[in-house]
Structure formats: C-alpha cells, structure tokens
Ligand binder design. Sequence first.
Ligand code: ZN
Length: 235
Amino acid sequence: MNDPLVHREIASPNWNERQLPISMVVLHYTEMKPVESAIERMCDPHAEVSAHYCITEEGEVIRLVPEEKRAWHAGLSYWRGHRDVNSASIGIELDHPGHALGYRGFADAQIEALVPLLNRIVLAHDIPRANVVGHSDVAPARKIDPGELFPWDRLAEYRLCLQRPEKLELGDPFDNDGAFYLALERFGYDITDGHKAVEAFQRRWRPERIDGQIDGQVRAILFQLLLERDRGIAR
Ligand SMILES: [Zn+2]
C-alpha cells in the first residue's frame, strides 16, 4: 500500500471478484457511531457488508477492500442499465450519524479527505462524472444516504460529479408523468417505485423539497441534465 491518500489499512474479508469493469463511485454514510463500530461491522464476515474506503469525520482515510475487488456496499441496486452495482463501483463510506442518529452536515475535514481520494479514483478509472452517485441514487426504494445535506456542490467544483444545472432551458418537455419517468430511467434511475425514484432525484438535485411530486422545477432540472449529457458537456 503506497497511496499517500490512504492513512490506514484494515483488511475486510467481505469481498469477491468483480464481474464488471469499474465505472462508478457510490457514496454512503455509515449511520453508526463511533466509527470503530462501523469498521468492525464492515470487517465482520457474518455482516456481509463492506466498502473500499471509510473516511472518518476527522478526515482519516481507511482502506478496507482493494479497489480491484468487489466490495459489498450497494446491495440491490441499479444504475444506467447495471444491476450489479457492486461489480461496477468503488464504495466509499463516510463516518456519519445518518438520519437515524441525528442528521447533520458533513465535517469539513471529511470532505477535504474525500476530494483528493475521489479525484485519484475518477482519473485512475476514467469514471464519468454522471456516475459519481449516492446510495440513494442507485437504490431509491431502500436508501436515503448520503442525504440532502451532502455537499455535492463542493465535489462539482472540482468536476468530480455533475453540477446541479443553474440555467434551465425554457419549456417543459415532459408534459406527462410517463414521459418524466422514462427520462428519469434514461438518466440512470431505477423507476420500479416511481414515487421513491422521484424522491431520490430530488434528494440529489433539488433537496429543498423532497416530496416525490413531479413539479415543473424537477422536470426542468432533469431535462437540463439530459441535455448536457447528450451534448457531451458531461457524460
Ligand atoms: Zn449506503
């Protein structure tokens, strides 16, 4: 291990071989305190969960599973046609109380440790910005992490994920809910549970109101995201 961005290695037994090349990063919160409990769980063979990295609120980066192996963090998930998200992704757990233990903003030191690590990962594996996602994006019916207070805008500043569209085009292309869901699926989401998928989209892209309702603003944001991807501004 010669990665200056990794401070400590605690080898988890919870991994197997990848079936797909790496093309995504999934961000999580641990929803467990203290961080030692979360690490213990991710190293417990009976728990059958893990991640490649865990970043403490103090900014310590701990590697649990080598990147070339398949860690077990996403569970039943879907993104842009892939159902085996674990095989396609690198999983990063952020030490955090989560919604269950008192939801709050993410520590600066933690995000400052995440940025260079994510930058290294994205460059090393040529990961599209549109594939740096939250657990809630790939499992909208089950998961809400890392949640509406996660600072995606800070990652976007470094071009490590897609930016929330600011200038929205006029006009509303999705004049009915069916068209909106098709567009949502095309962007990447599993729309099996439509309401949950809309909530997950809002949590990531319009966290000021997460109600699962398809309103004009969420339609415009999704349209803009797809436009920018299709125009090759993002991929
Ligand atoms: Zn998660």
